[in-house]
Design a protein around this ligand. Structure first.
Ligand code: SIN
Length: 303
């Protein structure tokens, strides 16, 4: 019997597989298809202080081996997430969850993180400084070491739970930003968010996405994500949740060999709603075939 447990900032996960924020809602739709308690954890849709309707349609463009989204942080807002969504989530999922939070100012990040810190089921707070789909917020805070560090410090001051900073790949040097977050007290890092991309409808001679550009995700970005996880893992001591195009148990193992302690699955959920379930079920067989007894033993084994 192989052991798929991993430990993430003191949380013991049955397995490292976590649906990525924005691809699993609050679990409701997926819980109709299978028992989502098999998941290692669950990062629910990013929360902002105020309700957000999101960006104009169309917001999705299909690409080979991936997709572009420009959702624009649509969510019901902090109060509704806490009063309605989290109690509903607790009925269908019993393990600690990851609260992904976004903002348009330092104060908003602080307010959302502080409120999430008080929620019983929240085990980790994931600070999203990497959404490419909004102006004056999201990614704007995550592309410079100084601002990423500033957000980390401010959020750490008002929280007790582990803080993971979700990093953008749309930068020249992700390692310097990762290190700034670590120096500012981050407990872990989540990487990567989507790559800024674009498609043009050649018949209409206009961008497919109403907002022109959006975040590219899916299997096509896996090698880029893996490379960044590897580079960051070799530069910091804090744990990493690796993500970006993960769609199989083999991808999970590859991410962990590059240095990830746990792995988020994003776009794959939108193609196949059973993706996480299938990965979790396949993982032990792949481990056996590769002679891996304890999954934790392979974290960062590739030098
Ligand atoms: C979105 O809501 O636009 C996606 C979130 C993200 O990419 O961080």
């Amino acid at each position: 019997m192989v052991n798929t447990n991993v430990s993430l900032s003191g949380l013991r996960l049955d397995n490292p597989v976590i649906p990525a924020s924005g691809t699993f809602g609050y679990g409701k739709e997926y819980a109709k298809l299978y028992d989502i308690n098999i998941l290692g954890s669950l990062s629910f849709k990013g929360t902002t202080r105020d309700p957000r309707f999101g960006n104009p349609q169309p917001r999705i463009a299909e690409c080979s081996q991936g997709m572009i989204n420009s959702v624009g942080l649509q969510n019901p807002g902090l109060a509704s997430v806490i009063d309605k969504e989290l109690p509903e989530l607790a009925k269908i999922y019993e393990k600690p969850v990851i609260a992904n939070v976004s903002g348009f100012s330092l104060e908003e990040y602080v307010e959302c993180a502080k409120a999430m810190d008080d929620q019983r089921q929240v085990g980790i707070i994931e600070i999203n400084v990497s959404c490419p789909n909004v102006n004056h917020g999201g990614m704007a805070f995550g592309v410079l070491p100084e601002s990423a560090g500033e957000i980390t410090r401010a959020v750490k001051k008002v929280t007790k739970k582990p803080i993971y900073i979700k990093l953008s790949p749309n930068v020249t040097d992700i390692v310097s930003i990762a290190k700034a977050c670590e120096d500012a007290g981050a407990d872990g890092l989540s990487l990567i968010n989507t790559l800024l991309g674009m498609r043009i409808d050649i018949k209409k001679r206009q961008p497919v996405i109403a907002n022109k550009m959006g975040g590219f995700s899916g299997p096509a970005i896996f090698p880029v994500a893996l490379r960044m996880v590897y580079q960051v893992a070799n530069a910091v001591k804090i744990p990493i949740i690796g993500m970006g195009g993960v769609s199989s148990a083999e991808d999970v193992i590859e991410m962990m060999m590059a240095g990830a302690t746990a792995v988020q699955v994003g776009a794959a959920n939108l193609v196949n709603p059973y993706a996480c379930k299938e990965i979790i079920e396949t993982l032990p067989r792949v481990m056996e075939a590769l002679g891996i007894e304890n999954l934790e033993d392979i974290i960062g084994c590739v030098k």
